[in-house]
Design a binder for this molecule. Structure first.
Ligand code: GLU
Length: 295
């Protein structure tokens, strides 16, 4: 019996058609699991109800099948699990680590210091509703408004440290050559991040950690564009007592001038390449993962 089975996942957001960069992510997750005799899962990350469309979800299944990948069924579709994300948020609230925030984007932009940004380049939340009087919160709720719930980062770091004891917050990063190194996580640079959005009862970071745990994912493979997100996700895992997966952030598929492929521009879209007569093997060759792993 395998004691630590390798379980990987590909977790696309169905808000556009997949491009060659997604193919690289999906193929790495798939082939890594197959080589290890493990399991490959697919997860549809459709919590952004304004952008997700079922035609894109259907296209994801179709494109991945065309690439020759196979995955376990049923597929986890995040929009079916909002109560679970709220339950996890409730556990953070019970620890006193989330607070309601009613600030609009414009109010945040006005108050923010442009020089202080998070790893995605967005202005750090300027703390507008941190320690807000209970009456102010009650008045907005009475007026029918729904707040976002933000992480009190200062308190969260203290709470996590008390769970970790002397140990630092880290994660294991597996390189393309298979070597492992411990990375020191620095979640503080995300500031008081949104954990439950105003418009949907979840957020990307919360849903990811809940589902990586629920699905028993042991190795998160994804692009280096999500490397910094791992810091915040590790913090949430510690606060929610969730297991720690290993991580492997892979290179991105870029234009020769370094620009990332864009879903909205239709860059290197798999559907278009296929319509132009490309085969799944052509895609593998172009993105540099030539050898399909026999299933
Ligand atoms: N849904 C995310 C995306 O499409 C990926 C999430 C992840 O791999 O952690 O960018």
């Amino acid at each position: 019996m395998r004691l630590t089975e390798t379980v990987t996942r590909f977790a696309p957001s169905p808000n556009g058609y997949l491009h060659a960069g997604h193919a690289l992510s999906a193929i790495i997750a798939h082939d890594t699991a197959r080589r290890a005799g493990g399991r490959f899962l697919l997860r549809i990350e459709d919590i952004d109800l304004t952008r997700a469309r079922t035609e894109f979800t259907d296209a994801i299944y179709d494109d991945l099948g065309w690439l020759g990948l196979d995955w376990e069924k049923p597929v986890l579709v995040q929009s079916h699990f909002f109560p679970d994300y709220l339950e996890a948020a409730g556990r953070l609230i019970a620890q006193g680590l989330l607070y309601p925030c009613f600030a609009s984007r414009a109010e945040i932009a006005d108050a923010a210091e442009p020089a202080r940004t998070d790893p995605d380049g967005a202005a750090l939340y300027p703390g507008l509703w941190k320690n807000a009087p209970a009456e102010a919160v009650a008045a907005r709720i009475a007026a029918g408004e729904t707040p976002a719930m933000r992480l009190d980062m200062e308190a969260a770091l203290v709470a996590a440290q008390s769970k970790l004891g002397q140990a630092p917050l880290t994660f294991a990063e597996i390189g393309a050559d298979g070597t492992s190194r411990q990375v020191l996580a620095d979640p503080g640079r995300w500031g008081d991040a949104v954990i439950v959005r105003k418009d949907v009862p979840a957020s990307y970071h919360l849903a990811v950690v809940v589902d990586d745990a629920r699905q028993g994912v042991t190795l998160v493979t994804r692009g280096t564009d999500l490397f910094a997100a791992t810091d915040l996700q590790r913090l949430l895992q510690v606060l929610l007592d969730l297991p720690e997966p290993r991580y492997s952030h892979h290179r991105l598929v870029c234009w020769s001038d370094g620009r990332k492929l864009s879903k909205s521009n239709g860059d290197m879209g798999l559907r278009a390449l296929r319509a132009d007569g490309a085969s799944a093997d052509d895609i593998r060759r172009v993105i540099g993962v030539a050898d399909a792993v026999p299933v």
